[in-house]
Write a protein that binds this ligand. Structure first.
Ligand code: NAD
Length: 499
């Protein structure tokens, strides 16, 4: 296997070798319990760095700091243009450190350095720049009202958007930097303060982001981070009565816990949860484009993507061509560490997650699905697994029902489009879907029938800061991106003036 290894920057070496504290009130601090835990390099299975293991007491300190910063007006009281300027300065600083951030992410999360550069960092920069601009663009409305009392009186009414207060941002491990940015920047643009909890496996880029935010002029206390080795930090955060909004991205099962906890204090929630996303290929589709769509939509980031295509429904005439084309493309993939620029299949995030994906590959074969290609686990201390392609004739397999969140795709044939729609919607999830066809009127007729927050036509997976993103059914509540994201960090106040 040829290798094209990236040279690790000195800045990156120094950063990962540091023992990392929590980030509270503008400073790196040890956790109250003084415990640290190891985070790993998925390509080697070796410890990469040590991070403070926060607990409920640390959450209290971080939330108190965010609350003080909020009520003091040090951030929410700034002119919107000043908040925007500071956020744009943060974007420039992220750009200056782009390669270092990308390398830290690849070392900690395992993904290809190309993905870290283009998505974790590149897309985050674009998203942050877009969201910074919302600081100066939030508006209310003036409304005509018909209040009849006292007789002869007149009223003028309007609404205003006010920052909601302290935000708990809870982030998963699949895109650690990008999803942190998805939450942080709109929350700050709206004038809120934030306590962010990274996933236990991948806290490093968020900790670096907090340092860069301080350098950009985000005042101490406005952006805090509490990392932790288990669920304790998240549980304490969502139970806090000082937190006014929880923005959570993660699994549907944990999302339900978060939702239940939030109701106790009527804390506002946005939940971005799991997906089991169908891709429907019709007989008239361009097969080569559809095969490219599977390779991107299903295997990007080793399938550790909430919107990944994991169920592939192909109309009978194109079925063999799609299965053969995808298998052939999969056999060409090169496996290696994320820091190898020639590698296309990089490790999964953790040993535990690899075991879970591998169990699905084994159980899928017992459930009657046929493994067509891949699925082996190479002998290696890293958390590698080959992408797997299955064919199934019915939708009973666990491979079709469960979110595996790995590089596993099941292809199922269908004869008529009504069946395809029924199969696509036969899931508790509803995050995303794609249709592959050149028949415009067929596509336009099918779009309203698909129960998913995003439907792509002739592509699968691209997102844009201006395009709302979120789930139907058990894939979540609320939307991120665009105006919806920033408005989600506000309360709406109605003002009514008698005159
Ligand atoms: P997870 O649900 O296990 O964890 C998500 C975060 O919640 C982590 O930071 C975790 O430590 C924390 N957490 C765990 N228990 C908690 C509790 N009781 N209270 C509060 N916080 C708690 O998810 P994961 O394994 O890190 O990520 C994979 C999941 O995320 C997949 O289901 C995937 O579909 C989903 N995801 C969704 C989107 C989206 O936008 N819809 C994007 C990325 C990932």
């Amino acid at each position: 296997m040829t290798q094209d290894l990236v040279s690790v920057l000195e800045e990156v070496d120094a950063f990962v070798q540091r023992r990392h504290g929590l980030f509270i009130d503008g400073r790196s601090v040890p956790g109250l319990a003084g415990r640290y835990y190891d985070v790993f390099n998925p390509a080697t299975g070796l410890a990469l760095s040590q991070v403070a293991d926060g607990d409920a007491g640390d959450v209290d300190l971080a939330v108190a700091s965010a609350h003080r910063a909020f009520v003091s007006g040090v951030w929410s009281g700034l002119r919107p243009a000043d908040r925007e300027r500071i956020l744009l300065r943060l974007v420039s600083i992220i750009e200056q450190h782009a390669e270092a951030l990308a390398q830290i992410e690849t070392l900690n999360q395992g993904k290809s350095i190309h993905l870290s550069r283009a998505i974790e960092v590149g897309a985050s920069i674009e998203y942050a720049r877009y969201m910074a601009g919302w600081s100066t663009k939030l508006t209310g409305e003036t409304l005509d009202v018909s209040i009849p009392v006292p007789p002869g009186s007149r009223y003028t009414a309007y609404t205003r958007r006010e920052p909601i207060g302290v935000v708990a941002a809870i982030v998963p491990w699949n895109f650690p930097l990008m999803i942190a940015v998805w939450k942080l920047i709109p929350a700050l643009a709206a004038g809120c303060t934030v306590v962010l909890k990274p996933a236990p496996e991948t806290p490093l880029t968020a900790l670096r982001l907090a340092e860069l935010a301080l350098e950009a002029g985000v005042p101490p206390g406005v952006f805090n981070i509490v990392a932790g080795a288990d669920a304790a930090v998240g549980q304490a955060l969502v139970a806090s009565s000082l937190v006014r909004k929880i923005s959570f991205t993660g699994s549907t099962s944990v999302g339900k816990h978060v939702g239940r906890a939030a109701i106790e204090n009527m804390t506002r929630i946005t939940l971005e949860l799991g997906g089991k996303n169908p891709m429907i290929v019709l007989d008239d589709a361009d097969v080569d484009k559809a095969i490219g769509g599977v390779m991107m939509g299903a295997f990007l980031n080793q399938g550790q993507v909430c919107a990944a295509a994991s169920r592939l429904y192909v109309q009978r005439k194109r079925f063999d061509a799609v299965v053969e084309g995808v298998s052939a493309a999969m056999r060409e993939l090169t496996l290696g560490p994320g820091m190898d620029q020639a590698a296309q299949v990089t490790p999964l995030v953790s040993k535990r997650h690899r075991q879970s994906v591998s169990r699905y590959i084994t159980s899928g074969q017992h459930d009657g699905a046929k493994l067509v290609c891949g699925g082996a686990m190479p002998e290696s201390p890293g958390y590698f697994i080959e992408p797997a392609l299955f064919v199934a004739q019915s939708s009973e397999s666990t491979l079709i029902r469960d979110e595996i969140f790995g590089p596993v795709v099941v292809v199922v044939p269908f004869d008529d489009v009504d069946t395809a729609v029924r199969l696509a919607n036969d899931t508790p999830y509803g995050l995303a879907a794609s249709l592959w066809t050149n028949d415009l009127s067929m596509a336009m007729n099918l779009v309203p029938r698909i129960e998913a927050g995003t439907v792509w036509i002739n592509s699968h997976v691209p997102v844009d800061p201006n395009l709302p993103f979120g789930g139907y059914k058990q894939s979540g509540i609320g939307r991120e991106f665009g105006r919806y994201a920033v408005e989600g960090f506000t309360e709406l106040k109605s003002v009514c003036i008698a005159h």
